[in-house]
Design a protein around this ligand. Structure first.
Ligand code: NAD
Length: 267
């Protein structure tokens, strides 16, 4: 169980003053978020990791520190507005003002429309769409003040429609609209906003789908790879690589885009 806004980790000095960029990566206890956090830290950013999973958060931070990077962990539920405000305030006090935000935390349980409970709809929208709103609203003032910022929202190919998960598909499509609106509204402050829409990526999320279907995970991946043009499933590092590009200084003229990282085209 998450303790709202509980933060820990290595934050001995304010490197923002020394030009080190501060990144916030949500859902970084494992999977895609952990890969993004490690990649950004490896590129010299100080990284604040936010996740519900306290032990997983600590493991990501320990791995970054072991590699010589700087990181701190914040245990928080991104769908909890108050917890997000507390977490961002603690991150800013400890590391410095964040100017890079990767909204990656997400959940995608199976949901047939007719059986979909209202509370599940709200939970899925709460994590996948409200969470990015709470985080972005909390972090954007620091970006505006800096006259520079990078926002990356992790959507999904489910945004174009998902037969098994109407709540998830809807939230991920909403996240793309949010991203484009941010790009339009914040561009004049030197802030870019882009979405990454992954296809099948090996993680606990796809492992859970395999379990639901009663399939061995290796077999599930083999079957998925058959319909992917490049002939393989994705890895968290594929997404981390794309995020790394989108948050780079060099990507300042790329904004409001959806980058499908799916091994082929998506429509
Ligand atoms: P994952 O389940 O391995 O990781 C998700 C992480 O988010 C976990 O660490 C979890 O604890 C955290 N999280 C969940 N709810 C949270 C909350 N309320 N507050 C804070 N943290 C929370 O999944 P993943 O595959 O690494 O997914 C990462 C992102 O990529 C998600 O947004 C997901 O929808 C998206 N995505 C994944 C795939 C895929 O095939 N794996 C495809 C498309 C999009």
């Amino acid at each position: 169980m998450a303790t709202p806004g509980r933060c820990a980790g290595l934050a001995p000095m304010n490197h923002a003053a020394h030009g080190q960029r501060i990144a916030v990566v949500t859902g970084a206890a494992r999977g895609i978020g952990a890969a993004v956090a490690r990649r950004l830290a490896g590129e010299g950013l100080a990284v604040a990791v936010i996740d519900l999973d306290e032990a997983g958060c600590a493991a990501t931070v320990e791995a970054i520190i072991a590699d010589g990077g700087r990181a701190m962990a914040c245990t928080a539920d991104v769908s909890d507005e108050a917890a997000v405000i507390v977490a961002v305030a603690r991150i800013t006090a400890a590391l410095g003002p964040p100017t890079v935000l990767v909204n990656n935390a997400g959940i995608g349980p199976q949901a047939d429309l007719v059986e979909l409970a209202t509370h599940q709809w709200h939970t899925v929208v709460g994590v996948n769409l409200n969470g990015p709103f709470f985080l972005t609203r909390a972090v954007a003032p620091y970006m505006i003040e800096a006259g520079w910022g990078r926002i990356v929202n992790v959507s999904s190919i489910s945004a174009v429609g998902d037969a098994d998960r109407v709540d998830y598909g809807s939230a991920k499509a909403g996240l793309i609209g949010f991203t484009k609106s941010l790009a339009l509204q914040l561009g004049r402050h030197g802030i870019t906003a882009n979405a990454i829409a992954p296809g099948f990526v090996v993680s606990d999320m796809t492992r859970a789908t395999a379990r639901r279907l009663g399939r061995d995970f290796a077999e599930h991946q083999r079957l998925a790879a058959r319909s992917i043009p490049v002939g393989r499933v994705g890895r968290p590092e594929d997404i981390a690589h794309t995020a790394s590009y989108l948050v780079s200084a060099e990507a300042g003229f790329v904004s409001g885009q959806v980058v499908y990282v799916a091994g082929g085209p998506v429509d």
